[in-house]
Design a protein around this ligand. Structure first.
Ligand code: COA
Length: 166
């Protein structure tokens, strides 16, 4: 299967053999609002391959799930998680870049996502990658927590890259 290679990592569509690893990541990363095995399987099989994984060799280090309205110009990151044992190695950043390539390839010019108001690590990642906070959904999560809404415009030439540091 083809994929995008960056920094020793491969980003490619998930395969059925990856489901155990993705389910384990989901369990490690989230306490509520988890994706079921059944829906993960349906995303692996979906025509547009919206579930992508990051691998170091054969090891799945993270995954992301993108959704897109049929006629829409906006794609949405539905879920993103990195193995805690592989944190701060650039996996989250590479997955975000993979989501942005996916969105562009599907004719979208913006990518949106929701994040818990208290998820400092994810918020730092999104801000670093050029996403801007544009609103909120109250009582969005199972436990009643607020979601912040982030967006990045994907205009031509606006390649995925950190906005500061490095
Ligand atoms: C948030 C998450 C995806 C980050 O993944 P990651 O692979 O560790 O992130 P990266 O290594 O690509 O980090 C890129 C940048 O994001 C920021 N960042 C990432 N983790 C951070 C943390 N714990 N604290 C502060 N900043 C952080 C930093 O700016 C970092 O750059 P640096 O390492 O050069 O300082 C990961 O911690 C995770 O899966 N968390 C649990 C699930 C989750 O919250 N998903 C998002 C739901 S919306």
């Amino acid at each position: 299967m083809s994929g995008h290679v960056a920094g020793g990592m491969t980003i490619q569509p998930a395969a059925l053999e990856d489901l155990d690893a993705i389910e384990a990541l989901e369990a490690a990363a989230f306490t509520g609002d988890r994706l079921s095995r059944r829906s993960l399987r349906s995303f692996v099989k979906a025509e547009h391959r919206p579930l992508i994984v990051a691998r170091f060799g054969a090891t799945v280090a993270g995954y992301a799930l993108i959704s897109k309205r049929r006629d829409g110009r906006t794609a949405r990151i539905y879920s993103l998680a990195v193995d805690p044992a592989q944190g701060r190695r650039g996996v989250g950043r590479a997955l975000l870049q993979g989501c942005e390539r996916y969105a562009r390839a599907h004719g979208c010019d913006a990518l949106r996502l929701e994040v818990r108001y208290d998820n400092a690590a994810a918020i730092a990642l999104y801000e670093k990658m050029g996403y801007r906070d544009f609103g909120r959904h109250e009582r969005y999560y199972e436990d009643g927590a607020t979601a912040l809404r982030f967006e990045k415009r994907l205009a031509a030439g606006n390649e995925a890259s950190p906005t500061g540091g490095r």
